[in-house]
Design a protein around this ligand. Structure first.
Ligand SMILES: Nc1nc2c(ncn2[C@@H]2O[C@H](COP(=O)(O)OP(=O)(O)O)[C@@H](O)[C@H]2O)c(=O)[nH]1
Ligand SMILES: [Mg+2]
Length: 403
């Protein structure tokens, strides 16, 4: 429902460190029923202002956590295998890489901003490799792979569409659904390029290539995590990435991992996304630990404001995927579930989700037997087609009550 974000990039940029940090429970969350965790799929958390503040109530969260009015809401992310040149021909873990990426709805491209690793992830002097190349390689490999898939059946697809006088989108969609690409993505790619879909057989190789690139951009939007921002020469790399037109956020995955571990050990107080941390009991820390924390403060917080991880995750889910947070309740007056817990859950859903679709997200039966919804803030009745807004608190009234 909130869709999935994939962590991608070449070897040794810090993808696994990012994944470990992002999925390390920094908060206590009772249960999150609809997530299956596999080897490289995990639960990360979005940071959102909790509606409890706005409503002036004390909440009792279940599927998420509320830390001083900040909701940490679970979302799915996957750590994809490293990509190398030639991946589209199956080089390295190419096939595995593309199999993971096809599941992702948006990508966080982790890059080595310090430019201290070459194309294959081998160490080189800092500043000697341009991180822009790494993002480009990923885009190029993906595009070549997609082009290969499309070329295979291009004539057949286009001829079928033309003979039936149907839009190519209809036939392309069947071919591309497994890649997370829909008719909407196809149509927007055609439109953005000003191509004529009914003349698709006459598209030049160049037009087909540009179509593929546009399709990737609309179906797998990306943001760059300019990682290792704590290292020398990182500013240069970050500047280059920005100049190249990418949406870039400086990150320090390693620092975030240290901070979450220190939080869990009770050494510091820190909520992911905070712009500083507080040492709880300095006497508990060894000299080395205190030193490490001071370095993080100096090289990360004083320089960049935060570790950047939370900003990247939030940007991917809220901006790239245009999701909103919505709070389901079973009693719109008391704002509770059937156990009397106030604002128990917070869901991340695409903007434009209707009241009935939201009911279906909570429980299939609830969607099927939907009668109407109640906006707990205004107490107004909402019909099935009503589009929900950010931070709505919604009661679903259905024929078959959820047990
Ligand atoms: N200085 C610095 N090193 C980092 C950072 N993130 C990861 N690393 C280091 O980079 C190396 C590669 O990290 P890893 O997560 O295994 O990269 P992956 O191959 O992309 O999954 C490891 O030695 C990490 O400790 C960071 O933000 N700053
Ligand atoms: Mg890794």
């Amino acid at each position: 429902m909130a869709r999935i974000v994939g962590l991608v990039g070449k070897a040794n940029v810090g993808k696994s460190t990012f994944f470990a940090a992002a999925t390390l429970k920094a908060v206590d969350i009772a249960g999150f029923p609809f997530t299956t965790i596999t080897a490289n799929k995990g639960v990360a958390y979005l940071r959102a202002p909790c509606v409890c503040k706005e409503l002036g109530v004390e909440d009792d969260p279940v599927n998420s956590a509320c830390i001083d009015g900040v909701r940490m809401v679970p979302v799915d992310i996957i750590d994809c295998p490293g990509i190398i040149r030639g991946a589209h021909q199956g080089k390295g873990l190419g096939n595995q890489f593309l199999d993971e990426v096809r599941r992702a709805d948006a990508l966080i491209v982790v890059a080595d901003a310090a430019g201290a690793t070459d194309e294959n992830g081998q160490p080189v002097p800092a500043g000697s490799h341009d991180p822009v190349d790494d993002v480009r390689m990923l885009e190029e490999e993906f595009d070549l792979w997609l082009l290969g898939i499309l070329r295979k059946d291009w004539e057949k697809i286009v001829r079928t569409a033309q003979s039936r006088r149907e839009d190519i989108g209809v036939h392309l969609e069947t071919k591309l659904t497994g890649l997370g690409m829909t008719r909407r993505h196809i149509a927007s790619a055609v439109d953005n390029l000003g191509l004529n879909a009914s003349m698709a057989l006459n598209w030049s190789q160049d037009e087909l290539s540009r179509f593929v690139t546009e399709l990737r951009k609309s179906s797998k939007p990306l943001i760059v995590a300019a990682n290792k921002a704590d290292k020398d020469h990182a500013e240069e790399g970050i500047e280059r990435l920005k100049q190249a037109g990418y949406e870039v956020i400086p990150t320090c995955a390693e620092a975030e991992l240290v901070l979450r571990r220190a939080t869990n050990a009770g050494f510091i107080r820190y909520t992911p996304g905070d712009r500083d941390f507080e040492i709880v009991e300095a006497s508990k820390l060894s000299g080395g630990q205190r030193n490490a924390l001071e370095i993080i403060r100096e090289k990360v917080f004083n320089k960049w404001g935060s570790t950047g991880l939370q900003d990247v995750i939030n940007s991917a889910f809220f901006r790239l995927l245009d999701n909103i947070t919505v709070y389901p309740v079973e009693d719109a007056e008391k704002l509770t579930d059937h156990q009397g817990r106030v604002l128990p859950d917070c869901y991340v859903v695409p903007r434009g989700t209707t009241a009935r679709e939201f009911a279906g997200h909570i429980h299939t039966e609830l969607g099927e037997s939907f009668i109407f919804a109640i906006d707990a803030k205004t107490k107004k009745r909402l019909g099935e087609g009503h589009k929900l807004n950010e931070n709505d608190v919604i009661q679903i009234v259905a024929a078959k009550a959820r047990r």
